[in-house]
Design a protein around this ligand. Structure first.
Ligand code: UDP
Length: 382
């Protein structure tokens, strides 16, 4: 007897499965089509003892006490505050572009003048999305914004999205705002760390519950039949609830059209060097076909004379061929998603959660908080 079926073993599925299994003694079946848990947070220790993030770098950061308290029941933490450099004109400069960066790229007197103007206009410590900064009336600041736009954003965004910064959701470039501070950290959240033994161990601990069963290598379409008329599990009507965290268009056979994603080709390499670069991530906005190089040893230190690198090559998402990483947020795609959402509203025992099912560019902490809140609603009608 199963009360809940959770499709997908990433953060959305894991948090909901754990909460539901724990709080009301519900029996939960988790089905996952990959051969591992953890979704895109999956990591493993490679042959050199380095923890690798199989689907690209995942740096946990949050301002939510609730999320930290919740996860801390399943993992200890390794403090890690992420810093990123961008390779621009042969020099590695801190990003988000901040006051330190300003002094690295301009002579001191000019940097000082720009700093004073910026702080006078926007206030010390403020964060300004590049597309906002470009609207400034001041001629010198406009030249600065043009420099940042050209050297950091336009080519990186062309590689990452195949589009201009103006043509993607402004919230995407606003993730990396110009910062009027001397803080080189990529995130300013109050809590920044990675699970001490990696994300996979954290997921194992979340799923390690007598009421949870996890079936790997199992697609939703193998066992579930979900239509407006209700849900069937293994051919029989299922009266429990299904929490679906996969691709919603695929679940409903693309009946309102496909929801596009951006994908990545991830090339790992091992180099016989103590360390390859100065920080965990160096972005290459203007050179190479890859967007960035991640060096995992900076995230999880390891005792080895070798080091593991990852180069990310953005590419189109093709179903069945590669992995959907980023929803492509345009009005048209959003409207298409809304049609699926309206359709799902007529299936009372189907719940959607996660980056794929909600077609949203969630960070890890956002989806964990969302899943915790959803579990409150599900269990207590809150
Ligand atoms: N971005 C950019 N240049 C950079 C870093 C980021 O143009 O050096 C833009 C780009 O459009 C990217 C977005 O800002 O998709 C968000 O960057 P973030 O690092 O948050 O992306 P993620 O780590 O989620 O891939």
């Amino acid at each position: 007897m199963v009360d809940y079926i959770v499709v997908g073993a990433g953060f959305a599925g894991a948090v909901l499965a754990e909460r539901i299994a724990e709080r009301d003694d519900n029996k939960v079946l988790v089905i996952e089509r990959r051969d591992h848990i953890g979704g895109n947070c999956f990591d493993f220790m490679d042959e050199n003892g380095i923890i690798r993030h199989k689907y690209g770098p995942h740096l946990f950061h949050t301002n939510s006490r609730r999320v930290v308290d919740y996860l801390s029941a399943f993992t200890r933490w390794h403090k890690y505050e992420h810093e990123v450099l961008a390779s621009v004109d042969g020099k590695n400069i801190p990003i988000p572009f901040n006051i330190n960066t300003l002094y690295e790229v301009y002579p001191t007197d000019k940097a000082k003048r720009l700093e004073d103007k910026l702080i006078g206009l926007y206030g010390k410590g403020s964060k300004i999305p590049i597309l906002e900064l470009k609207k400034t009336d001041d001629e010198e600041l406009r030249a600065l914004s043009h420099y940042i736009y050209e050297k950091i954003f336009v080519n990186y965004t062309a590689k990452q999205w195949g589009m201009r910064p103006e043509d993607i959701d402004p919230a995407v470039t606003a993730r990396v705002p110009v910062s009027l501070s001397r803080d080189d950290r990529y995130f300013t959240d109050s809590f920044q760390a990675v699970p001490q033994d990696g994300y996979t161990r954290l997921f194992e601990s979340m799923f390690d519950h007598p009421n949870i069963e996890v079936e790997l290598n199992r697609s939703a379409s193998d066992v579930l039949d979900i239509t407006e008329n209700g849900i069937k599990y293994l051919g029989r009507p299922f009266h429990g609830r299904v929490i679906f965290t996969g691709m919603i268009d695929e679940l409903f056979e693309d009946q309102f059209g496909r929801l596009p994603y951006r994908s990545l080709r991830l090339d790992f390499e091992t180099v016989s060097k103590e360390l390859f670069q100065e920080k965990a991530v160096v972005n290459y906005p203007n050179d190479h076909d890859y967007t960035r190089i991640t060096e995992f040893k900076h995230i999880h230190p390891a005792e080895t004379k070798k080091t593991t690198l990852l180069k990310e090559y953005p590419q189109a998402y093709i179903r069945g061929k590669n992995t959907p990483y980023y929803p492509i947020f345009t009005d048209e795609n959003q409207q298409r998603y809304e049609k699926y959402k309206e359709f799902v509203a007529n299936i009372p025992n189907l719940i959607l959660a996660g980056r794929l099912a909600e077609y949203r560019y969630y960070d890890m902490d956002d989806i964990i908080l969302r899943a915790l809140e959803l579990s409150d609603e599900i269990l207590h009608g809150m």
